[in-house]
Design a protein around this ligand. Structure first.
Ligand code: NAD
Length: 470
């Protein structure tokens, strides 16, 4: 019988063992180290992505029913931007970084040397199938590594365009693509890597971490969770409703940092839902099914899972669906309680539960009982309240008076904490994630004080106590 491993090949037709061998050789010949070589790789990468812009947008429409605007803003455009930013800053990032030297070690000089890790693996999810695979790839290549990538099999149209882009832009000994599902990931994860970068769900993150432990491969895990939105008594309600609806229903709620649920101060009980309903209608019309700007659920399995979270008694808007075109209306569940089913797991779809709270400390306490969220959003005009929340709750990152937008800055680290992830990336953070920082000290030869060497006379001991441990 054929060994199933031998049937899994890259999109260029190579087995994983062959790919690892040729990538090992390529890394070891040091041709990926020079700045010019990395820049040339990034340049070709950007040109190829640009050439496929319309195919990518079309593929996102097929997989997720997404509008061209959202596909460009949150997938294709972000990737192009990330490459340009890396091109512009690469020389600076690659330079050794000077750090201070303690008095006792003077006159040595200390610095960090950024060194590529070697052979890396990137596994992506289906919800932003382009950027969540290609933005980590920018970091891995900028840092001088070879890469094996595995896109999500669930966004099948995107997987196919990505394969074409990656095969055209790169030689197989620099970037090699494997397509497929769990069997392919499992095979890739059984090999030792110098770094594994995984984006996906927390349960699969656990599987990845376990596999990585067996080969002692370092990991970055970009996972999920339930991200809360706090709406405090003095929030600007019109603005809150607009930015909340924008963040919740962008990509039909299938966003890892999507506002999962809203914690609204009870003083807004009478008006908040009506404001939110009005914004949904302004954005998507009276029948969102007809709107070009409202997307679709990735597959039937997820649609069924989402329908199961809707408590018909609490529906203030939406709830209707159509299985044949994977449509679920923008849905608002009002006056939800912490024990409702919709509060058990990450929603990852167009359902917005609203919970009313009496005081902020109690609301924060309730959030703290759960896993650290990937994102958190606070709508408040009160600086004291903003800082209180920022300083008491642990979460990956977020916004004050907005949702989602923190993710599109190269200057901010993006990543979770605890079960929502470990490690971070974007911009220079990606370069650092895919580099090893060699801690180096250069000591001059012209001075060689005898104090550090045996025999350790008592005067030496007194002197060392003056210099360290004070
Ligand atoms: P997923 O974990 O099901 O799949 C992610 C990848 O892992 C896919 O390539 C898939 O083929 C592979 N995979 C699936 N099961 C596997 C297994 N048993 N062993 C090895 N590999 C396996 O995630 P998804 O459904 O594609 O994405 C949705 C989840 O990802 C949500 O929880 C979301 O919050 C999270 N997410 C996080 C981020 C982030 O940046 N933190 C971004 C997007 C999505």
């Amino acid at each position: 019988m054929l060994n199933p491993e031998t049937q899994i090949v890259s999109t260029a037709g190579q087995s994983i063992d062959i790919v690892r061998e040729i990538q090992h050789k390529r890394f070891a010949n040091d041709s990926l180290r020079p700045h010019a070589a990395r820049l040339a790789i990034l340049k070709k990468f950007k040109e190829t992505v640009k050439r496929y812009e319309s195919e990518l947008i079309q593929a996102l429409k097929e997989d997720l029913g997404r509008s061209a605007f959202e596909s460009y803003a949150a997938d294709v455009g972000l990737v192009i931007d990330e490459i340009s930013y890396a091109e512009k800053n690469l020389r600076k990032w690659m330079k050794p970084r000077r750090v201070p030297t303690p008095l006792a070690l003077m006159p040595a000089k200390s610095f960090e040397v950024m060194s590529p890790l070697g052979q890396t693996l990137i596994i992506g999810p289906w919800n932003y199938p382009i950027q969540l695979l290609l933005i980590p790839l920018v970091g891995a290549l900028a840092a001088g590594n070879t890469v094996v990538v595995k896109p999500s099999e669930l966004a099948a149209a995107c997987e196919s365009v990505l394969s074409k882009i990656l095969n055209e832009a790169f030689d197989d000994d620099v970037v090699s693509t494997f397509t497929g599902g769990v069997d392919v990931s499992t095979l890739l994860l059984s090999k030792p890597w110098d770094h594994i970068f995984f984006t996906g769900s927390t349960p699969v993150g656990r599987i990845v971490a376990k596999a990585a432990a067996a080969t002692l491969s370092p990991v970055t895990l970009e996972l999920g969770g339930k991200s809360p939105v706090f709406v405090t008594p003095d929030a600007d309600l019109q603005l809150t409703a607009r930015r909340l609806v924008y963040g919740k229903f962008f990509n039909t709620g299938q966003t890892c940092v999507s506002p999962d649920y809203a914690l609204v101060h009870e003083s807004h009980r009478a008006k908040f839902v009506d404001l939110v309903k009005k914004v949904v209608e302004d954005f998507y019309g009276q029948n969102p099914k007809e709107s070009e700007d409202f997307g679709r659920i990735i597959n039937q399995r997820n649609l069924t899972r989402l329908l199961d979270l809707i408590d018909a008694d609490k529906v203030a808007l939406g709830g209707d669906h159509s299985a044949e075109d994977r449509y679920l209306a923008p849905t608002i569940l009002d006056d939800v309680s912490w024990d409702d089913k919709v509060m058990e797991e990450e929603i990852f779809g167009p359902i917005l539960p609203i919970i009313y709270y009496k005081n902020l400390p109690d609301a924060i306490k309730a959030v703290k009982k759960r896993d650290h969220p990937l994102a958190c959003y606070i709508f408040s005009e009160n600086r004291g309240e903003q800082s209180y929340l920022l300083n008491t709750l642990s979460f990956g990152g977020g916004c004050v008076n907005d949702t989602l937008v923190h993710v599109s800055s190269h200057h901010l680290p993006f990543g979770g904490v605890g079960p929502s992830g470990q490690g971070n990336y974007h911009g220079k953070n990606s370069f650092d994630t895919f580099s090893h920082r060699k801690g180096m000290m250069r000591n001059p030869s012209w001075l060689d004080l005898p104090v550090r060497y045996p025999p350790y006379a008592s005067w030496k001991f007194k002197l060392i106590k003056l210099l360290i441990g004070r």
